[in-house]
Design a protein. Sequence first.
Lengths: 446, 308
Amino acid sequence: MRKIWLIIQREYLSRVKKKSFLLITLLGPVLMVAGISLVVWLGIEEKSTQTVLVVDEKAPVFKGLKSDAFVEFSYGNNMGIAEAKELLHQSEYTCILYIPSNIEFSNTAKLYYKEQPSIVAIRNIENQVESIVEELKLNQYKIDRKEFYDVKTNFTLSAIKHAESGKEEKLDSSKTVIGFMFGAAIYFFIFIYGVQVMRGVIEEKTSRIVEVIITSVKPFQLMLGKIIGVGMVGLTQFVLWIVLTMSIFSVVQSTVFKDFYSPEKLTEQVQATPEVMQELEKEKTSKKFDILSPDGILQRTNWPLMIGLFLFYFFGGYFLYSALFAAIGAAVDSETDTQQFMLPVTLPLTLGYVLSLIIVENPEGQVAFWSSIIPFTSPITMLVRVAIGVGEGGVPIWQVGLSMALLIIGFLVTVWFAGKIYRVGILMYGKKVTYMELWKWLTHKQ
Amino acid sequence: MLSIQNITKSYSNHTALSEVSFEVNEKKIFGLLGPNGAGKTSLIRIINQITRPDSGQILFNGSPIRPKHEQYIGYLPEERGLYKKMEVGEQLLYLAQLKGLSKQEAMKRLKIWFEKFEISSWWNKKIEELSKGMQQKVQFIVTVLHEPQLLILDEPFSGFDPINAALIRNEILELRNKGATIILSTHNMASVEEICDDIALIYQSKKILDGTVVEVKENEKENEFLIRFKGDLIAFTQSLWVDAKLISKKEVGGYHEAKVKLLNDKQPNDLLKAVIPHVEVHSLNEVIPSMNEVFIKKVEAINNNSHA
């Protein structure tokens, strides 16, 4: 045990002390925050006001367009569209809104712009024009506005899960998105650190240090120590990334973007555009993917459960795959020879990732069930499923239990198999190894 | 100290060792000889418990060898290996602790070795920054730091310049004098004659010869004598008789040198009696075969048998 501990220490410290580790650990969150901030900043920049020249062939029907923080309308009296286009680049106007005379039949207007306006601005114009066209049609057909609203149907089908016990829950795929993020994190973690294990094994093999070390420890201990040590490095990096990203983000938020994030500012902007607010309101109620609201996705996620299961599947999946990566490392002489063995390992791993994209939409289907039971894909897919909850109304407890048990068995079996290949492989030099050869190593006596 | 008993080991397509047995005596330097591919490394790996034999056993101080004996064995593999990116001091501490030393004890011993080899300034250097010879010194320290009772050195002199080779040779002798038993595997016969007490010769997975160096040479000598004289060569040859055959002759700086093989238990005195009346004898030496000659002779004998 003491020896495994020594190996874990070495594997851990030799990686954590590297400058590149420090650099990536620090740079990762900085880049992340910078990226997010850039997106937010660009979003804010886009909200600069559009000045729209309205060419209204049905004048004065569209006189009623209301200017606000995003869009400012002015009217070219009796100006033709050709004339307006000529004027556009010599003027301050950012766009031309062209309303053709047959708008009530064609249901289209045209917006000519210099630089693409933000979605918010386009939505705003669209909504205003739409409601005026509606008004126009109501008048033409002599329909009362109230009657119209009574007839106009905004239909929704509400899908609700009815559990045996009578408990009912609305299907909520937004929760599985959180699960998908966890699953994706595991996927990338296994990939990055599994390959690190493989490189470590190849390094020991090519530098021939392995022959010295296995006179002191068993090959299996060496393999296990390496896997655990590298896993700890990964966990350290992961935790540091989250902590650093959070803290940098909160610092940036409270200093640089102080004004933009203040609630007053936000409400002020929203109030300024009632149509947009309505639109947002609609989206809110239909999707419930608003992070800030008390009913938001962050509040509805069962964090202790998610984090607990995340750690379990994180290590389970990592052990399973890194043992295979270690076996590959032992079987080859250099990294260039790894290609032929990599595919069978990376294929199920990537499959798990791809399937989890499907499972986000359908966390209780056949694909979801089988892929979350089989140990090669379960570390990624089960995380997506359990995000909807475990037990009543969620993934049945027996399925989670079975999946966890199979993952433990799966990783014990792969570690055992990998150990056999590892033991023979690390002492085998200068030979191109084939699958046939690997099979011999597996079945070979010591 | 170490008793190798009927060790057999075969891999899927060839036999590496077949029924190999010999004894390694305590506080001796034992030469394990044989050409490349004879099975030396396979045997060393079995002694190191890296692999297990198919049959046969190894006794370490009288009891079957077990993983707990690892700490009493030091191994210098033929293919030297260290972590290239790790610092010298850190690496030595790590490997010593894996062999069971405490950190403090390892530190203490390392200081002594670093002073002895005059390499104290290397402590914080990475292995890859050192020359090959320097790396060899570090590797040697790795092998001996835990003061093993049994040292297994595979081609210990390869890669050293003559000065450092002499340094290592003296270290090996000193370790033996302090009580260590040393197995030295090599195909360099000259080094064997210099420092080995006992040897075993392995060829084509079989042990074909073992014993002390003196014994082996005694057994392999062929009752040949080198006689150095002045005078008439024809008179000399005519003085020889049916039990004294002239093997070769040459002239060196005014002397004649003739190699004569005595048959039928004839003694050197018989030879002297026969030639002294005819030529002026300056010296007579028995021809003792070098290990190299013994080696080649044995190998040729086997090859002839297998062809016959």
